[in-house]
Write a protein that binds this ligand. Sequence first.
Ligand SMILES: Nc1ncnc2c1ncn2[C@@H]1O[C@H](COP(=O)(O)OP(=O)(O)OP(=O)(O)O)[C@@H](O)[C@H]1O
Length: 466
Amino acid sequence: MNETFTTTEDVPEDDLRPAARPLPFLFVVLHCDNPTLGGARYDLSGVDEITIGRGSTREASRVDERGARRLALRLPSSTVSRAHARLVRTYGEWLLEDLDSKNGCCVNGERVARAHIRDGDFIEIGSVVLRYRAALPAPPDAAEDLDSALRPPEAFGFSTLLPAVAAGLGTLARVARLPISTLLLGETGTGKEVLAKGIHALSGRPGPLVAVNCGGLPSSLVESQLFGHVKGAFTGAQRDEPGYIRSAEGGTLFLDEVGDLPLPAQATVLRALQEREVVPVGGTRPTLVDVRVLAATHKSLDALCLRGEFRDDLLARLAGYQHTLPPLRERIEDVGLLISDLFRRTNIPGVMDARLSVATGRRLLSYAWHHNIRELKQALTMGVGLAERGVVEPSHLPEGVVKAPAKLRPTSEAPSSQGDLRERLVSLLQAHRGNVTAVARVMGKSRIHIHRWMEKLGIHLDDYRG
Ligand SMILES: Nc1ncnc2c1ncn2[C@@H]1O[C@H](COP(=O)(O)OP(=O)(O)OP(=O)(O)O)[C@@H](O)[C@H]1O
């Protein structure tokens, strides 16, 4: 037996990632009349004007005209006019203007002819929903534009439009190939099991992936289930059993719901990880094992440790590298892309032709998705199954989703005046390339005042100087 249990020293989650800086983005979140189109994102750094109109495919081009940078966005939808809307940036603020389009523009669900656009605002161009984000962290190597319809297949078989999430997955894909125990954290339904399968596939380890539901391990049988037993070890042990750990030899042991592992069982697991060998119940000879350990939980193991319900020495062993999956409500920009993926992977008849009414799209984007991607998947399965003439209306969705606000909520409606201030400062600093005097003039404040705010809000001038 060559390798052993693969736990090493901690690799902090952020240490392997290139430093991120906040960038402004426009997202195409959802095509209600063709959800299989997924979404796209466009970096707005240095962009002064955005024109939006109908095209045969979704495409964006960037043009420099008389010193101004324009992003021309084409959206394939009969609800979008040839020249539908224009966004112009003045003094760091975006102003949306409807160009007499047939179906109009809405901001956060309200029809508008002209409107200022703030961080988190949803912009409806006909039945296509876009979202503006003023300052999302993006690593320096994040692509300027990303279109889910054109993206290459990614490491874990799915994608994200959010640069920070993509960077995290990229790092995880690199870690997957290393002999490091990995802990996956995230609320229920965020995709931890999907990622565990992906990590095992990327690891190149020849052995199997063996998943153990730790919540379902009875304390009395935990040793025999993990370490196996020899024939006759106890009543009912009619033959030798290898147990989960030896079954994963050469492969990956996935300890799912590890936060539910009873305390006595935690000691047993820790011992196995430390000693890197197992002795089957009723046996005498230890067997060395070569197993890579993955663990996942929706619980906060730090909080459990503080309450004495989880061993911190076990946590340290499991979390050689730690990856946190964000809840779906914190990556709403990905909802259209996920819907497209889910439509493509399901075999519900007619799903590829299904459309969402705009009212349905608004609910899908404003619901809090407490059970995350699993709940989105269930809602869509029900919606598409009940849809008449291929259009999913709110009444076809589960009760909780139907009750979601019919109006889209911008992030700026969150009670965060500091967030608003930060957003405004960041966009003005971008607009004026870090010129504090210019920012102070626009905001009607002194330079010292602006510097004080920047210090308080953790804004670094160097990030904005050209
Ligand atoms: N990126 C994705 N794209 C499409 N479907 C996904 C994605 N991630 C997860 N899913 C789907 O969402 C559902 C929940 O995923 P998964 O079981 O991996 O979540 P989990 O975090 O392990 O949940 P739990 O904590 O409840 O075990 C599954 O049906 C899975 O196929």
